[in-house]
Design a protein around this ligand. Sequence first.
Ligand SMILES: Nc1ncnc2c1ncn2[C@@H]1O[C@H](COP(=O)(O)OP(=O)(O)OP(=O)(O)O)[C@@H](O)[C@H]1O
Ligand SMILES: [Mg+2]
Length: 341
Amino acid sequence: MRTGMEQSVGWTPAMDSHGADDGRARATTPPPAVAPPPADLMAAVTTTRPPERHREAGGATVICIANQKGGVGKTTTTVSLAAALAQLGARVLVVDLDPQGNATTGFGLRVAEGDPSTYQVLVDGMAIADATLHTELEGLDVLPSSLDLAGAEVELVPAFSRELRMRRALEDARPNYDVVFVDCPPSLGLLTINALVAADQVLVPIQCEYYALEGLGQLMRTVQLVGDNLNRDLELGGVVLTMYDARTNLSQQVVDEVRGYFGVRAYNTVIPRTVRLSEAPSFGQPITVFDPHSRGSRAYQRLAREVGERLGLAIAPVEDSPLDRLLGGASPVRPSAQEEA
Ligand SMILES: Nc1ncnc2c1ncn2[C@@H]1O[C@H](COP(=O)(O)OP(=O)(O)OP(=O)(O)O)[C@@H](O)[C@H]1O
Ligand SMILES: [Mg+2]
C-alpha cells in the first residue's frame, strides 16, 4: 500500500526483485516531481514546536534565518524582509553571521578585517552596540561580518560556553529593537548553532526546486536538539518558499508539497524568482529600495506583513485574496517599469 506521503508526491516505490517489474512499469511510471523527502521529515516537523502568536513585552523577537543548503535565499530573505519591516515602522537589527558577509554588502556596507563586526562580538565579547552600523533606512541597523568570522568557528572550539556567545551578546541589544534577524551561513556548524541558541524562532527559506526537501530532516533535528538542550524557547517560526517560477509546473508542485508537510508553518507569501531580486545586491540596496514596485519587492513587503502579524507588531494586516497570496503582491502582479524595460 502506498503511504500518503508517496501519493502526495506522485512517485511509485521501486518494484521488488521478484518479477513485479517487467520493464514496462518503469517505462510508464512518471518521474517524481519533487525528490522524495527524508523519511523522518514529518516526524521531525510535527515534534518541532509550532509558531505561536506572541511577543515578549519590551524585547525583540530574534528570528534566525537558516538552511544549511547553499543559495536557497537566506540572505535575500534576511535583507529584504528586514528592510520591508523597517519601512513598516519596526525597529530592526540584522546580524550577519556568515563570513561571506552578503547581508552586510546587501545593505551597501563594508567592513575591513579587524573592524568591529560579528567576529569581535563572538570572540572578544564586544558589545553589539559598539559594532553596529546604521543603514540608510530609518530604524534598520546591521551587525556586519567580514572574513574574520571564518576563523571564529575554530577559535571558539576551546572557549567556555561557546554556543551561548550570540545569545548573551543579544541580551543587551534586544530592548532596542522589535525584531532581530540573524542571517546564517550554509552549514550547521557552531555559527548556526549560536544563532539557534540565541533565537526565538527559526525561519527556513526553501527554494522551489527538485531537491527542495533535501536536508530539511537534518535541519529540523538540529532545531529539535537545540530546543531540547540549549534553548527551550526555540520555535519553528515558519518556512518561506523562494524562487518560485510561475512558468514551471515544478514550482507549483514544490509549493503544494511543502505546504502539505509544513501546514500553518508555511508562510502564505511565495517569493517569485525575479531578475531584479538578483540584481539588487550588486547595487548595495535591499529590493524594497532598489525597485520598490517590482514583484520581488512586493512579495517581501507582503511577507513582512505576515511576519509582523504573527509577531503581533503594530502594522497593517495582510489582504486575503488567494491570487495575492500566491503571487505575493498587493495587486495583480504587474512588473515594475524597470522590469518591463
Ligand atoms: N527570488 C529570487 N529571484 C532571483 N534570484 C534570487 C532570488 N533569491 C535569491 N536570488 C539570488 O540567488 C543567489 C542566492 O541567494 P542568497 O544569497 O539569498 O542565498 P543564500 O541561501 O543566502 O546563499 P548562501 O547559502 O551562500 O548564504 C543570489 O545570487 C541571489 O541574488
Ligand atoms: Mg547567504
